[in-house]
Write a new protein. Structure first.
Length: 215
């Protein structure tokens, strides 16, 4: 218990850092994932090619390598002086967006084709059909895999600690270097991650129940 009480402020900062990078990366991943999924089912070939390239490249790139490129290459070429938190959030958000894209695309494919054809017969554009007809129906199917993806994102955020981002991994490293027993350190870090992941699961369970009632 002393390892937590003696360094509670550092633990608190690490926990807040983990929650912050998880929240920001989730927002980035959700927006990009839905947009890229729309590209992948678009009738415009260049958009489909871009969506396919995005998913193929990011899903097959190790996350640590993506962090390395984002942290050391991007600031040199595009955005000098950008904070480690922003760069880490972008790396984690971009990486996760490829998985969200595929989950959303799978949900879109479960919607009967006749729904889109009926919308087009009413004069609706592709974007209107996707936004108003297809995505609302695909949401029920997409929620369970999205929950798993965002829980994986939370755990992947630990990599950011190796790239100067304040989060729980950084606190664990600090305590280990100070000579504290590794077992209680990992117990507290694991409990903190469980709080975040259980919160995500709880939110998605509530959403699933509400959508079941609306069905």
């Amino acid at each position: 218990m002393n390892v937590l009480l003696d360094h509670f402020s550092e633990f608190r900062d690490g926990f807040i850092g983990t929650v912050s990078i998880t929240a920001v990366s989730t927002a980035i991943a959700l927006v990009l994932g839905v947009v890229i999924a729309g590209f992948r089912v678009s009738p415009v070939p260049p958009l489909r090619w871009f969506g396919t390239a995005w998913v193929t490249l990011l899903r097959n790139t190790p996350l640590t390598l993506l962090f390395l490129v984002t942290t050391f290459v991007v600031p040199e070429i595009l955005f000098p002086g950008m904070s480690a938190f922003v760069l880490g959030s972008l790396a984690l958000g971009f990486y996760t967006s490829s998985f969200i894209c595929e989950a959303v695309r799978s949900g879109i494919n479960t919607v009967p084709l006749g729904q889109a054809e009926a919308a087009r017969s009413l004069g609706m554009t592709f974007s209107q059909t996707l936004r108003l007809i297809v995505l609302p129906q695909a949401t029920r199917t997409v929620l369970p895999p999205l929950s798993s993806i965002l829980i994986a994102l939370t755990k992947n955020s630990a990599i950011a600690g190796a790239f100067s981002v304040t989060e729980l991994f950084g606190w664990q490293k600090l305590m280990s270097e100070d000579g504290y027993d590794i077992l209680p350190i990992f117990v507290w870090v694991s409990l903190a991650y469980l709080v975040v992941t259980f919160s995500i699961s709880g939110v998605f369970r509530i959403l699933e129940r509400r959508l079941e009632v609306a069905r």
